[in-house]
Design a protein around this ligand. Structure first.
Ligand SMILES: NC(=O)c1ccc[n+]([C@@H]2O[C@H](COP(=O)([O-])OP(=O)(O)OC[C@H]3O[C@@H](n4cnc5c(N)ncnc54)[C@H](O)[C@@H]3O)[C@@H](O)[C@H]2O)c1
Length: 260
């Protein structure tokens, strides 16, 4: 066991005593970084992972209950190494939150094979591999909870959103249900959060006109915050959601409730 396992398990909070692997923990104000911070506040110990290297600074800011690990979720070798590291560090894995994703910016006429492949592999292969290795890590201790990040764009179509992104996120919903059905017997619950337009770091750079249009889509008339996405992920990962599995929850301020 490594030195970090000496970090005591916090006794209070929604996720007290849980060990969570969280992907997509990029720079501050990405949904993954905010999720990692909230999970630690709620009593979890976290392995914070990202492809970019930003997980190192983010984990340092969160404190000793967050340990960084660099991995590309489309590489099975790296995903296996991530879960081996989590088991070596903390001795168990109770939770996976798979937040990592890439946005799709190009519409139908401009989309390229390269962009389709990058979007598909990150969302589909990345979800498949992280969920597969999470189940392997969780099963020996009686199970756990997986939360995948889908999108409101997985349900219906908006002209501003890449078709490859919408299709890949629909696939994330299907994988979520598949893993829930295949592994419920091992005590593993698998659900997804489907965010609507959310002011994560990258979306703070959206031009004012597009910001107003996207915010106006929500019944609540405003964008969501990374914290609002993280709170739902924390609930789904917690024992309070003990009879919830195989569902995809829109966290979109009512965007998908509209007829158009
Ligand atoms: N922000 C929104 O409005 C919104 C809406 C719907 C869905 N989502 C989904 O929520 C999730 C987080 O959104 P965000 O706005 O924080 O995104 P973001 O692009 O700011 O952060 C995503 C993180 O994933 C990491 N990543 C990308 N590819 C990876 C790979 N192969 N392996 C490991 N890490 C990788 C990136 O380095 C980055 O740090 C994504 O899955 C996104 O599709 C976001």
């Amino acid at each position: 066991m490594s030195q970090q396992s000496a970090t005591p398990a916090p006794k209070h909070g929604l996720l007290a005593g849980k060990v969570a692997v969280i992907t997509g923990v990029g720079a501050a104000e990405t949904i993954g970084a905010v999720t990692a911070g909230l999970f630690v506040e709620e009593g979890a110990r976290v392995v914070a992972t990202d492809i970019s290297g930003a997980q190192n600074e983010t984990a340092a800011e969160i404190g000793p209950a967050a340990v960084p690990f660099q991995a590309d979720i489309t590489s099975e070798e790296q995903v296996a190494a991530l879960f081996a590291f989590a088991l070596d560090t903390y001795g168990r894995v109770d939770i996976l939150v798979n937040v990592a994703g890439v946005p799709g910016s190009r519409r139908t006429p401009e989309i390229t094979v390269e962009e389709y492949e990058a979007i598909s592999s990150t969302h589909l292969l990345g979800t498949l591999l992280t969920n597969k290795h999470a189940v392997r890590a969780m099963a020996p201790t009686g199970g756990g909870a997986i939360v995948n990040f889908s999108s409101a764009a997985s349900f219906n179509i908006d002209e501003r959103i890449s078709p490859a992104y919408s299709a890949a996120k629909s696939g994330v919903n299907s994988l979520t249900k598949s893993f829930a059905v295949h592994h419920g017997g091992q005590g593993v619950r698998v659900n997804a959060v489907a965010p609507g337009f959310t002011l994560s770091k990258k979306n703070t750079r959206v031009p004012a006109e597009a910001l107003a249009q996207l915010s106006g889509k929500a019944a609540l008339g405003r964008p969501g915050t990374p914290q609002e996405q993280a709170q739902v992920a924390a609930f789904l990962a917690s024992d309070r959601a003990s009879f919830l599995t195989g569902v995809v929850i829109p966290v979109d301020g009512g965007w998908t409730a509209r007829l158009a």
